[in-house]
Design a protein around this ligand. Structure first.
Ligand SMILES: C/C=C/C(=O)SCCNC(=O)CCNC(=O)[C@H](O)C(C)(C)COP(=O)(O)OP(=O)(O)OC[C@H]1O[C@@H](n2cnc3c(N)ncnc32)[C@H](O)[C@@H]1OP(=O)(O)O
Length: 156
């Protein structure tokens, strides 16, 4: 664990898993449109959305995907983790009011590079709405020790 209670890369093992859940509210969709600038009518305009194959407004895909980011940042590997990549497949639309459960599972760990690959799956009830994989950089005890050594004043 690092100072912020995130796992160090040395602590990670394939198969470790964690979940973070969040309900995607109307307010989230409106605020995400504002924050991102993505004002796509399929998210905001009920009349337009009713004419689409979804029949009603749906959440931004990247809003739903952000629950994965929360799972990675808050749960596993936790605080200090840095995203290197995230693959996403949007399988089923998420509607306002749906609760998204983001499950992350460690697939592989590369201790020397302080990297890991995680399976990232979002479900609403039992339905998979997003699946993909994340590549992340993780804090490392070895790197912390090396930096602390470098910071020490040298004795002549
Ligand atoms: C600009 C930003 C906008 C947004 O954020 S929109 C919000 C995020 N997106 C979503 O919520 C979409 C969620 N996904 C869905 O609702 C469904 O998924 C679709 C409506 C897209 C497709 O459903 P169906 O018609 O039942 O698809 P099928 O019969 O399973 O597949 C038809 C072809 O489409 C490919 N496909 C389906 N989903 C995906 C995907 N997520 N990524 C890549 N390809 C996909 C399949 O493979 C197949 O292709 P082949 O005909 O060649 O076999």
């Amino acid at each position: 664990m690092n100072d912020l209670n995130g796992y160090d890369v040395e602590d990670l093992q394939p198969g470790m898993n964690a979940c973070f859940s969040k309900t995607i509210t109307e307010a989230d969709i409106v605020m995400f449109a504002g924050v991102s600038g993505d004002t796509n009518a399929v998210h905001l305009n009920e009349e337009f959305a009713a004419t689409t194959r979804f029949g009603a407004r749906i959440a931004h895909g990247f809003l739903t995907a952000s629950v994965i980011s929360a799972a990675v940042a808050n749960r596993l590997p936790g605080p200090g983790t840095v995203y290197l990549g995230q693959q996403l497949r949007f399988k089923v639309p998420v509607k306002p009011g749906d609760t998204v459960h983001a499950a992350v599972t460690v697939l592989s760990v590369e201790v020397a590079k302080a990297r890991a690959v995680l399976s990232t799956v979002c479900r609403v009830k039992d339905t998979v709405v997003i699946e993909g994989e994340a590549t992340v950089m993780i804090t490392s005890r070895a790197q912390r020790a090396a930096s602390e050594l470098q910071a020490m004043p040298s004795v002549a």
